[in-house]
Design a protein around this ligand. Structure first.
Ligand code: RP5
Length: 163
């Protein structure tokens, strides 16, 4: 089972690296592509329609501005679509967030948060969805949470030493 990570532009890539790193750390195979709902619509639709043959089960779609990427993908697949509103100027991601959360009934897109948490949480949400039917992955998701808690405890311990 694979995840597709789609971005509307290569200008989104740096901020998406934590998403790719999180998928790698959870051993989730993925494809990452620059595909635009506006600039390469035919290529985007061809990719989405070919996804079942490649065992792609979830789409993560990151776009800024008008952010139609996730909605267009959701119109062409029955798989879960996770939208990441990218925080671009001049409106700081509010534009992309509003586009992502205003999908009409019948065409679901789940929106992750704008800002740095969104890309990581998109990977973790994809992992949690796939983990429903994959106990090995569920164990890795549990381990991720445990490691995260351990890091916070270590930070607290360092703070206590300084006080
Ligand atoms: C969106 O427009 C892209 O996802 C990107 O976030 C934004 C700007 O794209 P570029 O003009 O940098 O290619 O479609």
């Amino acid at each position: 089972m694979k995840v597709a990570v789609l971005m509307g532009s290569d200008s989104d890539l740096d901020r998406l690296q934590p998403c790719l790193a999180t998928l790698r750390s959870l051993e989730i195979p993925f494809e990452a592509r620059v595909l635009s709902a506006h600039r390469t619509p035919a290529d985007l639709i061809a990719f989405v329609e070919s996804a079942p043959q490649k065992d792609i089960r979830i789409f993560i779609c990151a776009a800024g501005g008008a952010a139609h990427l996730a909605g267009v993908v959701a119109a062409h697949t029955s798989a879960p679509v996770l939208g990441i509103p990218m925080d671009n100027p001049p409106l700081g991601g509010l534009d992309a967030l509003l586009a992502t959360v205003q999908m009409p009934g019948g065409v679901p897109v789940a929106s992750l948060g704008a800002g740095a948490g969104g890309p990581v949480n998109a990977a973790l949400m994809a992992a949690r969805i796939l983990a429903v039917a994959n106990s090995d992955l569920a164990a890795r998701v549990d381990a991720y949470r445990a490691a995260q808690a351990e890091k916070v405890r270590a930070k607290d311990a360092r703070l206590q030493e300084k006080l």
